[in-house]
Design a protein around this ligand. Sequence first.
Ligand code: IPM
Ligand code: MG
Length: 367
Amino acid sequence: MSNPSLLILPGDGIGPEVMTQVRRIIDWYGTNRGLSFDVSEDLVGGAAYDAHGTPLHDDTMAKAQDADAVLLGAVGGPKYDELDFSVKPERGLLRLRKEMDLYANLRPAQCFDALADFSSLKTEVVAGLDIVIVRELTSGIYFGEPRGIIEEGNERVGINTQRYTESEIDRVARSAFELAMRRNKKLCSMEKANVMESGVLWREVVTEVGKDYPEVELSHMYADAGAMQLCRWPKQFDVIVTDNLFGDMLSDAAAMLTGSLGMLPSASLGAPMANGRPKALYEPVHGSAPDIAGQGKANPIACILSFAMALRYSFDSGEEADRLEAAIEQVLADGARTADLLGEDGVEPISTSEMGDAVLAALDASL
Ligand code: IPM
Ligand code: MG
C-alpha cells in the first residue's frame, strides 16, 4: 500500500520557518515509527500571489482535494494590504476551506502546566484547562451574499450577510456532539439569538440535534456572555460550538488563556472521503506574524501540534499524537521557551530551530 499523502502549504510570514520544524518531526516519524508520508509542498497566500498572481493556484486546489491531509502554515502580510479582496492572501485559505467543504473547525485550548503562570489570567483560572471550540468554517458572514461596498446616495455602504441553512447548522452541531461524546459529554452552543434570526435558527437546530445525543448535557449562551464567561471561569466549558465569526473571535480569546497564540493548533474537517478519512486541513490558530518573520523567533509548537492533530484525526495514530503532545509537554516542563513564552526573569529565549531540536530530543527519549 502506498503511503498516505500530505500536502504542505507553508504560506507567508513565519509559516515557512515553523513548517521547517514540522518537516523534521514528520521525518522523525518516518525513521523511527515506520510512519511515512508522501509529502509534497506548494504555495498559498501571498507566496502564491507573488508567483502566480493568485493566492491559490487551481493546480494547488486540485492537489489539496486529492491529498489525504493538508498542513498549512499561515497566510497574509502587510505587503498585501492594498490588494483587491479577491486576491488577498486570506482568500487562498478561505477558498481551501470552502471548496474542501471543511465545515467543522476544531480549536482546542489546552493549558500546559508549565505555562499556567504565563497566562494573563490567574493561575487557578487556567491551570488544567482543556476545552475545544468547534467553529463552523464554511458559511455565515464570511461567505454570505450579498456582500460588497456599494454607493448609496452620496456615500458608500459596506455590506456582509450572515446566513445559515438548517443543514449547515445540523452538520457542525453533529460534529460537536460527537466530540462531546468522546470527551466529557458537555456542550455549550453560542450565538446571538437575542438579536439575530440566524441565531434563533442556530439554537433551534442545535437543540433538535441534541435529541439524538441524550447523554450530552447541552447548554446555550449568547456569544457576548460566552466571551465573558471564557475569561471569568473557562473550566466551566468542555466543548463549545459556534458560528464562523463568533468562533474566530472566541478562539483567539481562548488561545490567550493558554498563555500564547503560538501554542494553539487546529483541525478543519469535512465529510469522509472514499477511503474513510475526513477531508482535512490542519493549521495553527496564529497568523503569519510579519513583525517577527524571518528572524528565527517564532514558536513552532502550534504548527507541530497541528501535525499531532493530523496523526489523530487523519491517520488513525492517536498514540503517536499522544507521544508528540507529551514530548511538547516535556520540553515546556524542562523550561524551553521561545520569545512569545517569556515572562519569567532571567530566561533566555530559544530560537525556532532550537525548539525543534528540543522536541526531537524529547521524541528520541520517548522511544
Ligand atoms: C483564523 C484567521 C482567518 C479567519 C483569516 C486569516 C482569514 O483569523 O483562522 O482564525 O478569519 O478565519
Ligand atoms: Mg482568527
